[in-house]
Ligand binder design. Sequence first.
Ligand code: SF4
Ligand code: SF4
Length: 486
Amino acid sequence: MNSPIKPPSADHSPSLFAKREPVFNKAVNGKFRRLKWAVMAVCLAVYWITPWLRWDRGPYAPDQAVLIDLASRRFYMFSIEIWPHEFYFVAGLLIMAGIGLFLVTSAVGRAWCGYACPQTVWTDLFQHVDRLVDGDRNARMRLQKAPWGPAKIARRLLKWAIYLVISFATGGTWIFYFADAPTLHQAFWSGSAAPVAYATVFVLTMTTFVLGGFMREQVCIYMCPWPRIQTAMLDEKSLIVTYKDWRGERRGSVKKKERDPQAFGDCIDCNQCVAVCPTGIDIREGPQVGCITCALCIDACDKVMDEIGRPRGLIDYATLEDSEREKAGQPPTRHLKLIWRPRTLLYFAVWSSIGLAMLFLLGTRVHTGLTVAKDRNPPYIVLSDGSIRNAYTLRLRNMESRPRTMELTIEGLPGARMWGDDMPRENAARVLRRTVAADSTQPMRAYVAVPPGTEPQDFIFTLRSLDEQRESDSVEARFDGPGEDQ
Ligand code: SF4
Ligand code: SF4
């Protein structure tokens, strides 16, 4: 008897991998292409120039405007300096970035993917290098098919060399965000920079070279999780690049349409929308995960519509809801109205609330700080004169970029006196003065002694700056003693 289940064979088992079809996207002009140029120029300029911007913070702090100083555990951004205990600001920025992406997606679809994502920006840049070296779409397709010879090898080598220069500039710039850029630049080229700097540049150069030069749209389609997340976030009111099939179908050439205008739609099947697409997809097949919403196909199709004398917008930004309205002959909703809808406003409200809360915290934070850690073992010592002593490790924080004299005070704990490692007990007092270096945290051992018979109790350490700011920070501490056992 024949089994109904056929054994797997080479003919029937599908391949797990789709071979990459190279994309030879054609150059296009139009308003979205110009917008892409502008966004690319801004993104690249910001990335490459930022580490070289200077910002005077006085003699005690680095003068680099944006610096992630891992050694000193500080993050500098113009006039803002984030300390390790303020990591919630960084967390807040990350949360804002996440909600900002939700906001943008909700308002204008995958605009991040189409314009500002680093993968998009660098791929776009490399595709322009392709055009510069090999020519536009047709010339590149011919060169791809041509057998290997001196001319093809020379072009490939030149192109890859340019890729490498761009990749090296990209990887090389990254390290300047983590150290003083001019100093590191000099050390890098003299061979005296830290090995981790060379390793970082190498890894980032190679990843830029491979991801931007060769993998390109594969990253968007197969590697990046964001398209999947965005697909789940899009709804019938989200703006997406849409081919208006009710207007374009049935496709046919200009001649066919001239012969029988009623039988054909506006799409003349010229394939220009596919030819310019950086991910090589055909938007006429409907919304797809490979569409990064760069809108270059809109530019291409608008040009075709101009040439054949038909209204622009056969491919356009539209929502699913509007597509149905347009199909039914109704006017589309204004784009501004689509952006200002409850979901977008909710994202905006959450995003701006976090931003305002962070601004408020930044504006009201004090630049003086105190932490107290009590010695646990032994919890107290009875001195030869019968007084009881507790020991503490204090950290006096001065977040200003100048040295400051500060006063450390004991509040509560009647009869208590304190002294430090750097002074004799005879000079013990309820108030001690210390000068804390600029932009630093100074550790201090503090010994507090009380008269015999004092009960265990809580008290307060207060650190107050003696400059015009008169900032203070107070920390509650515990004083242990033998208590009733004494
Ligand atoms: S560019 Fe426009 S007219 Fe040409 S194939 Fe694409 S949709 Fe049709
Ligand atoms: S289909 Fe159009 S919008 Fe989508 S990626 Fe291609 S060119 Fe860009």
